[in-house]
Design a protein around this ligand. Sequence first.
Ligand SMILES: Nc1ncnc2c1ncn2[C@@H]1O[C@H](COP(=O)(O)OP(=O)(O)OP(=O)(O)O)[C@@H](O)[C@H]1O
Length: 263
Amino acid sequence: MKAYDLEKRAIFTPKGQESLSLQDVDVFYGDNHVSRQVSMVFPKNQITALIGASGSGKSTLLRSLNRLNDGIAQVKGQIMYDGQNLNAPEANVYQIRRQIGMVFQKPNPFYKSIRKNILFGLRDQNLSKATEEEILEDVLRQAALWDEVKDKLDKSALGLSGGQQQRLCIARALALKPEVILMDEPTSALDPLATAKVEETMLALKKEHTIIIVTHSMQQAGRIADNTAFFHKGRLMEYQPTTKMFMTPELEITQDYLSGNFG
Ligand SMILES: Nc1ncnc2c1ncn2[C@@H]1O[C@H](COP(=O)(O)OP(=O)(O)OP(=O)(O)O)[C@@H](O)[C@H]1O
């Protein structure tokens, strides 16, 4: 097994069409250099898991992909999507966040009805009532929540269970029709049954979407991710098809992390 050598590392290029690609991405919180020279490709219609010990910069990198670090951290390097550098100062942040949606660790429904949660992001579009209803049903079905909520769409979203709230947040993100969905530990606040439902939803969503997920659960990465990227101290150490990563990692440090020797 190989030790890590920055100069000689092979950059893995996953199979499939490219969705997002990063070239030499560095992120700084003031003097704290958190993400270091990250270059990688996220393939379209696949699930990519970002794993690594706490503090290895996974969330920071994820949040840079749709400019959620604006005003918080300095992001350098190229984040290419559809021929455009999303990290360029002139890039349209509003447009980026429509194309690249985000689901957070803790379900964060608005203090509104289920219906209003879904339609909130569409309120400026002057859609007809019929179109709104179509979108509502469509995204709730995609998030595997429709059957559970169809009779209480005007009830408060806060009355839903944690797992239902998280699927509502996924549906709310879907209403904006993003191509890419970023998920930051989306099931860490959920019980195993709710986790299984959200994972099923993710697997169904990848037919139409590209999913990038930060997870601390190796089992979860094993169940859902096509490819897995391991980060250590801000660097992308190893990036492989998930089965290869777990069965035959190339680097000692990956093996150590996967065996629970640190992290
Ligand atoms: N908003 C912030 N302001 C300043 N420093 C931050 C901020 N967010 C994260 N950091 C720092 O950046 C580093 C990486 O944090 P980050 O949350 O990206 O790591 P992570 O791998 O996602 O960790 P975890 O698995 O615990 O969520 C840490 O040292 C953290 O303290």
